[in-house]
Design a protein around this ligand. Structure first.
Ligand code: NCD
Length: 350
C-alpha cells in the first residue's frame, strides 16, 4: 500500500473525491475542503444509521488499527477502537503514557514505534503530549501508512473538531435549512483557550466551514482568564481565512459568560488543562474561573446548546446534565459515527 503522506496534503488536500481520503493521514483541519466536509458529514450520518439499524458491518474485516496513545484518553481512544470494531476490523491498543510498558521506555523514538506497528496494521491513531510530534512523525518519519492525529500537544485535535462540527449541524441545522436564513452562527468558547487543542482546531474548522459548508456568517466569542486566552496565531488564521474568502469573521473577547451568551447558538466549554501548567500555583490561580450551572442556564438563549469535549472537572455543574440544551453526551456519541466515517474513508471502504 502506498501512502498519500506528502506535505501538500496538509492544506486543502481532502475533497469529496474518495481517492483524496484513501491512505491519507489526517493531521490538521486545514486539510479539509468544504466538499470534503460534505462527504465526511454525509458518511457520518450513514454510519449512525448503520449502527442504529444493525450495529455495524464487516467492511473493515481483516483490517487492523494501531491505537497509540502517549497521553491519557478515554473517549478518543475508545471511540476509535469501537469504530474499528463496529466495521468488522480489529485493534491493537498501545498505551505509551509515561512510556507505559512499551519500548518508548527503552528510548525508542515515536517514528520507530509507529513504523514497527505499521508492519502489523493498516492505520494508526496517534496522540502525543508534545506539540508537533504527530505531524513530524507523518511528514518526516518515513511512514508508509496513514496516521490520524488524536491530539497533538496544545496544537490540534482534528477529529474532535470534526465531531463537534457534525454535532453543531445535527443539533442546529446548517443555517439554510429554513429558507434564506442568514443569521450568523455564534459560538462562544469558554475556559482554557490557550492550551485547549480542541478549540484551536474548532475555531479553524468553523472558519473554513463558514460559507462553504455551514452557509452562514460566523461570530466567535472567546471567554477566558487573561493567562489562558485564545492564541493570536489561531485568531490570525481565522481572520485571514475569512478575508481570503471575502468575508469578515467576527472574533470578540468577552469577560463575562452572561454577556457572551447573548444570541449565542453554541456555548463550547473546556477544562482548564492542569497537566499543561508548569507551576501548580498558576493552575490554582485560574481553576474554577468559569462555571456553568443550572442558574446560569436560566439566562441562556432557549435554543443555545452546551458542548464540551470532556472530560469535565468542575466547569459544568452536573445540574446542567438534564437540561435538553446540554449536548455534550450526544456530542460524544457522535464521535463514534464520525470516527467510523474517517476510518472507512481513509481505508478506502466508505
Ligand atoms: C480533549 C483532549 O484530549 O484534548 N479530550 C478529548 O479528546 N475528548 C479535551 C481535554 O482533555 O480537556
Amino acid at each position: 500500500m502506498s501512502s498519500n503522506q506528502d506535505i501538500s496534503k496538509l492544506v486543502d488536500g481532502i475533497t469529496s473525491d474518495p481517492a483524496t481520503w484513501t491512505n491519507t493521514s489526517l493531521i490538521s483541519v486545514t486539510q479539509l475542503t468544504p466538499s470534503g466536509l460534505d462527504l465526511l458529514m454525509n458518511t457520518s450520518t450513514q454510519m449512525r444509521n448503520l449502527v442504529k439499524d444493525q450495529g455495524g458491518d464487516d467492511r473493515l474485516k481483516h483490517r487492523v488499527l494501531a491505537s497509540v496513545f502517549y497521553e491519557a484518553s478515554t473517549r478518543t481512544s475508545c471511540s476509535f477502537q469501537t469504530a474499528m470494531m463496529r466495521l468488522g476490523g480489529s485493534v491493537i491498543h498501545v498505551d505509551c503514557g509515561s512510556g507505559g510498558n512499551t519500548s518508548s521506555k527503552k528510548g525508542e523514538t515515536v517514528s520507530d514505534t509507529i513504523k514497527c506497528l505499521q508492519c502489523y496494521s493498516d492505520v494508526t491513531v496517534l496522540r502525543h503530549p508534545i506539540t508537533g510530534t504527530v505531524p513530524d512523525a507523518v511528514l518526516n518519519g518515513g511512514l508508509q501508512k496513514p496516521v490520524i492525529n488524536a491530539g497533538d500537544g496544545v496544537g490540534e485535535h482534528p477529529t474532535q473538531a470534526l465531531l463537534d462540527l457534525f454535532t453543531i449541524v445535527d443539533e442546529l441545522g446548517s443555517g439554510m435549512d429554513n429558507g434564506n436564513d442568514i443569521e450568523p452562527l455564534t459560538v462562544v468558547m469558554v475556559g482554557d483557550l490557550k492550551h485547549g487543542r480542541t478549540v484551536h482546531s474548532l475555531a479553524k474548522l468553523l472558519a473554513r466551514a463558514q460559507f462553504g459548508f455551514l452557509k452562514r456568517p460566523l461570530v466567535l466569542r472567546y471567554c477566558a482568564p487573561d493567562s489562558l486566552k485564545m492564541p493570536n496565531y489561531v485568531k490570525a488564521y481565522v481572520d485571514e481565512f475569512g478575508k481570503r474568502q471575502g468575508f469578515e469573521i467576527i472574533q470578540e473577547e468577552c469577560g463575562s459568560i452572561k454577556d457572551a451568551m447573548k444570541n449565542a447558538n453554541v456555548l463550547y466549554v473546556t477544562r482548564v488543562q492542569k497537566e499543561r501548567f508548569e507551576k501548580e500555583q498558576d493552575y490554582n490561580a485560574v481553576k474554577g474561573a468559569y462555571v456553568i450551572d443550572a442558574d446560569l442556564m436560566k439566562e441562556a438563549p432557549e435554543k443555545m446548546i452546551v458542548m464540551h469535549p470532556l472530560p469535565r472537572v468542575d466547569e459544568i455543574s452536573t445540574d446542567v446534565d438534564s437540561d435538553p440544551r446540554a449536548a455534550y453526551f450526544r456530542e460524544m456519541e457522535n464521535g463514534l459515527y464520525v470516527r467510523m466515517a474517517i476510518l472507512a474513508l481513509v481505508l478506502g471502504k466508505a
